[in-house]
Design a protein around this ligand. Structure first.
Ligand SMILES: *Cc1c(COP(=O)(O)O)cnc(C)c1O
Length: 360
C-alpha cells in the first residue's frame, strides 16, 4: 500500500487512523455482524453512532443548548436555496461576495427574494476580503451571508463582518473545525463535510433554535425545511448514515489531537511553512493579500502557464497529488486541511525549492 500526499480541495484527505479504523469495522461493526453501511438507521446501534457524533461535535465547538445540529444532504450547494427558503421572512438578504461559492449562494437567493450585494472583492479576482466593518445594510434584511473561507481563492475572514445586529449566516465548508469558533455570533453555520471532516454526502448545519420555524417561503419542499429535520433529529428520512459515522470518527480524532485550539496551532504551523517559502521564493508566489490568507487553501503561481503545468506534472510524479488550481483561476493550489500531516507540507516545500533551482 502506498499513500500519496493529497492536496485536493475536496473531497480531501482524511486522517489515516480514521480510515484504518473504518476498514477494521467494515465487515462487523462492534459485534453487530454487519457494516454500518448495511444497518438500519432506526437501530439502537446506529442511534448511538449519530447521537455520539452530535455530542462530540457539540463538545468540540462548544455549541450552546439553544442551537440545533442537523445532519443533512444535498451538498453545501443545497443550502444556497434552503437558507433563503427558511430565513427570508422579509424576502430581503445581504450577501458579501468573496468568491464563486458566495456568488452562487447570492444568485440562488435572487430566486426567492431580493438579494443585495453588500460588498465584493470581484474587482481583484477575489484575492482579498473587503472591509466589512461599516457596511451599508438595509434595516429589513433577514440576514447577512458570508462564505467564511474561500476555497477557490484561498482567502478567509479573520474578523467577522459587522452585521449591525442582523443575523449572520456562514458557509464554513472549507474551514470547518480547523480552529475554534464562537457559535453564538452566528444564526446559521453550515458546511459540506468533504473538505475537512468526512466523505461527500453529508452537510452539517448548526442553527439557532428560534430560527427553525414553520414560517418558510410558500412552496418550500418538506425535505428543505429545517424544522422537519430538527423535529426528527436528522432522522426524518434515511440520513447519509455511513458518512455521518465517518464524521463521528473524525470528531473523535480531532478531540484526540487536543481539540480545535490545538488544531488551529497545528494548522498555523503548517500554513506558515508554505507561506514563508512563497514570500521568499523568486519563482513561486502567493496570489492572496497577506492578511487575508487562508490556513486551509493556499493558491500560488509561477507567472508562467507552462511552468505551472510542468510543476503540476512533476509534483504528481513525485507523489504530490491534486495541486492544480481551480479551473476558474489556474495556477496551483495546495489544500492543507486538518488531516494533511506537517511532513506533507515540508516535503512539498522541499520539492518546490528543488523545482525552483532546476528551473531558474
Ligand atoms: C465545496 C464548497 C461548496 C460546494 O459544496 P458541494 O457540497 O459540492 O455543494 C460550497 N461552499 C464552499 C465554501 C465550498 O468549499
Amino acid at each position: 500500500m502506498s499513500r500519496v500526499y493529497n492536496f485536493s480541495a475536496g473531497p480531501a484527505v482524511l486522517p489515516e487512523e480514521v480510515l484504518k479504523e473504518a476498514a477494521e469495522e467494515m465487515l462487523d461493526y462492534k459485534g453487530s455482524g454487519m457494516s454500518v453501511m448495511e444497518m438500519s438507521h432506526r437501530s439502537k446501534t446506529y442511534d448511538n453512532i449519530i447521537k455520539e457524533a452530535e455530542a462530540d461535535l457539540r463538545d468540540l465547538l462548544n455549541i450552546p443548548d439553544n442551537y440545533k445540529v442537523l445532519f443533512l444532504q444535498g451538498g453545501a450547494s443545497q443550502q444556497f436555496a434552503m437558507i433563503p427558503m427558511n430565513l427570508m421572512k422579509n424576502k430581503k438578504a445581504g450577501y458579501i461576495v468573496t468568491g464563486q461559492w458566495a456568488k452562487k449562494a447570492y444568485q440562488e437567493a435572487k430566486i426567492y427574494g431580493e438579494a443585495i450585494e453588500l460588498a465584493s472583492s470581484a474587482d481583484e479576482t477575489f484575492s482579498y476580503i473587503p472591509d466589512c466593518s461599516d457596511l451599508d445594510i438595509p434595516d429589513d434584511v433577514d440576514y447577512v451571508y458570508i462564505c467564511e473561507n474561500n476555497t477557490i481563492y484561498g482567502t478567509k475572514f479573520k474578523e467577522l463582518p459587522n452585521t449591525k445586529g442582523h443575523l449572520l449566516v456562514s458557509d464554513v465548508s472549507s474551514c470547518f473545525l480547523s480552529e475554534p469558533m464562537d457559535v453564538e455570533k452566528y444564526g446559521v453555520i453550515y458546511g459540506g463535510v468533504q473538505k475537512n471532516i468526512g466523505p461527500a454526502g453529508v452537510v452539517i448545519a448548526i442553527i439557532r433554535e428560534d430560527l427553525i420555524t414553520e414560517d418558510v417561503l410558500p412552496g418550500t419542499p418538506t425535505m428543505l425545511k429545517y424544522k422537519i429535520h430538527a423535529d426528527n433529529e436528522s432522522l426524518y428520512n434515511t440520513p447519509p448514515a455511513y458518512g455521518i459515522y465517518i464524521c463521528g470518527k473524525v470528531f473523535k480524532w480531532i478531540k484526540k489531537q487536543g481539540g480545535l485550539a490545538a488544531m488551529k496551532e497545528y494548522n498555523e504551523k503548517k500554513a506558515a511553512i508554505l507561506y514563508d517559502f512563497l514570500d521568499e521564493s523568486k519563482l513561486f508566489k502567493g496570489t492572496v493579500r497577506k492578511e487575508d490568507r487562508s490556513l486551509m487553501n493556499v493558491p500560488f503561481i509561477t507567472g508562467s502557464d507552462e511552468l505551472d503545468a510542468k510543476f503540476i506534472k512533476e509534483a504528481k510524479e513525485a507523489g504530490f497529488e491534486n495541486l492544480k488550481g481551480h479551473r476558474s483561476v489556474g495556477g496551483m493550489r495546495a489544500s492543507i486541511y486538518n488531516a494533511m500531516p506537517i511532513e506533507g507540507v515540508e516535503k512539498l516545500v522541499a520539492f518546490m525549492k528543488e523545482f525552483e533551482a532546476n528551473n531558474a
